[in-house]
Ligand binder design. Structure first.
Ligand code: ADP
Ligand code: ZN
Length: 439
């Protein structure tokens, strides 16, 4: 499919600001943000401990003088302790999906919701979505930011929105077909499930008018992208975000699918060494730290995302001047330490999908062997077309997957093929790891 640069849309104007102007805007907004944050006890105490006052922040580069904020700070101030607006100005609360522990609460003023809608609209414009598109929002609605986030952005752009939320996959496919949906947003793992279900129902997704996917909320590999694009005949775009900053729309790919542009006029990115907290130069891999530049209800100063990526300063072919981050394949807290080796589920996914005919449905099971060492078993669903019925071909298939994974992670793994559709599907974020190791 050839890549055409989507038409410029007024909502996306800040994406093209000359760098100097962007930095001036960032400086002005950061100064205001710090003043606001200083009214919040936690930030004021932290800044006082570091000997920094709002007057010390005179340029965007001074951001490194500010203290970090961590997920625990949101837990410790649960529920309303980080709000910088009075409750009568707060018009929305969300809470994180809690995949990593107790929920955390985030707040929005009316202006904050406007910014959120704007950045998601800019994400969609970058894909090439226009007001003529029909957008099926299959992210969960509710406290999770995915559903309402995409909904707001698509509405802002003037698209026709189908707010179906997650789940009831057969109905998703029926409406996708009957409503002539052209864009679908959900987690990539859920879209893989939709593809499978469509096949079972005898629907060829490639025959449907759908052409864009807005996929995010969890790491996914290039191999899954290729699988989705091939099976569904669409372009699969990445969208990134986290509740603490606003939800989806912190960054997104453009039509070139080469890293995610960060909407830098609202969210300032830095990369740090996760061990020392030292700021690393652009182009170096490390932990992404984000500061909000316009969030009134709940400013976030230097929030440590634990997502591992690199900031790319190379100009993008699309002409946007806002910087990009490389796709996030791992977060520091989904790292598995197996026999002392750091392994990420996304590496296993890549290994599996490099083998022809392998299915993207898998589960990682960790056990402690009789010798006290960790054992990795990867359960992979068999696909009908990958196998003929001979034992030799099954063994060969398993061996290819095992070798492909070992080449990436450097550890040997046991592959078990399971019947199609036996690995639990998720309508939202997928949890792929069962850790039965003796602690
Ligand atoms: P929780 O922390 O409970 O999972 P969130 O819904 O706020 O709650 O999740 C945000 C996290 O989801 C991000 O910090 C990141 O780890 C992950 N994430 C979101 N979008 C993407 C994406 N496009 N690629 C990889 N990871 C993503
Ligand atoms: Zn671009």
């Amino acid at each position: 499919m050839s890549t055409t640069i989507p038409a410029y849309h007024p909502v996306s104007a800040p994406d093209y600001l000359p760098r100097k102007q962007m930095r001036e805007l960032q400086t002005a907004r950061l100064k205001r943000m710090v003043e606001r944050a200083y009214t919040v006890e936690l930030y004021r105490n932290r800044m006082n401990e570091k000997g920094v006052t709002p007057a010390d922040i005179q340029s965007i580069d001074d951001i490194s003088k500010l203290p970090f904020t961590m997920k625990n700070d949101l837990r410790d101030t649960y529920p309303y302790g980080l709000f910088a607006s009075p409750m009568n100005e707060i018009v929305r609360l969300h809470a994180s999906s809690g995949t990593t522990g107790k929920p955390i609460v985030v707040a929005y003023t009316k202006e904050d919701l406007d910014v959120w809608d704007e950045v998601v609209a800019r994400a969609l414009v970058g894909y090439g979505v226009t007001e003529k598109d029909i957008v099926q929002v299959a992210y969960g609605y509710g406290l999770f930011t995915g559903g309402l986030g995409l909904h707001g952005g698509a509405s802002r752009l003037g698209c026709t929105v189908v707010p179906i939320s997650g789940g009831n996959t057969e109905r998703q496919i029926m409406l996708m077909r009957d409503f002539n949906v052209t864009c679908c947003g959900c987690t990539p793992s859920y879209f893989v499930h939709i593809i499978d279900k469509a096949l079972q129902m005898g629907v060829n997704m490639r025959d449907l008018p759908i052409k864009f996917g807005a996929f995010g909320a969890e790491p996914w590999s290039e191999e899954v992208r290729a699988y989705i694009e091939e099976q569904a005949g669409i372009k699969a775009f990445n969208i990134y975000g986290l509740s603490e900053i606003c939800g989806p729309g912190v960054g997104a790919e453009c039509c070139f699918q080469d890293g995610m542009h960060i909407f830098e006029d609202h969210f300032y990115p830095e990369i740090i060494d996760p061990a020392t907290g030292e700021v690393l130069p652009d182009g170096t891999e490390g932990e992404l730290v984000l500061s909000t530049l316009s969030k009134d209800a709940m400013p976030m100063l230097r929030y440590r995302t634990r997502d591992i990526t690199t900031i790319d300063v190379e100009p993008c072919k699309c002409g946007r001047t806002i910087r990009r981050i490389r796709p996030i394949r791992r977060r520091s807290d989904d790292m598995l330490i197996i026999r002392g080796v750091n392994v990420f589920p996304s590496q296993i996914e890549t290994g599996i999908l490099r083998v022809d005919g392998a299915s993207p449905h898998f589960q990682i099971v960790l056990e402690t062997g009789a010798d006290g060492l960790d054992r990795i078993e990867v359960k992979v669903e068999a696909t009908p077309d990958a196998l003929d019925d001979t034992v030799a071909s099954v063994e060969q298939f398993k061996k290819s997957i095992a070798q492909s994974i070992s080449q990436i992670i450097g550890l040997s793994v046991k592959i078990t093929l399971v019947q199609p559709y036996t690995i639990a599907r998720s309508e939202g974020k997928m949890n792929r790891v069962v850790d039965n190791r003796k602690k």
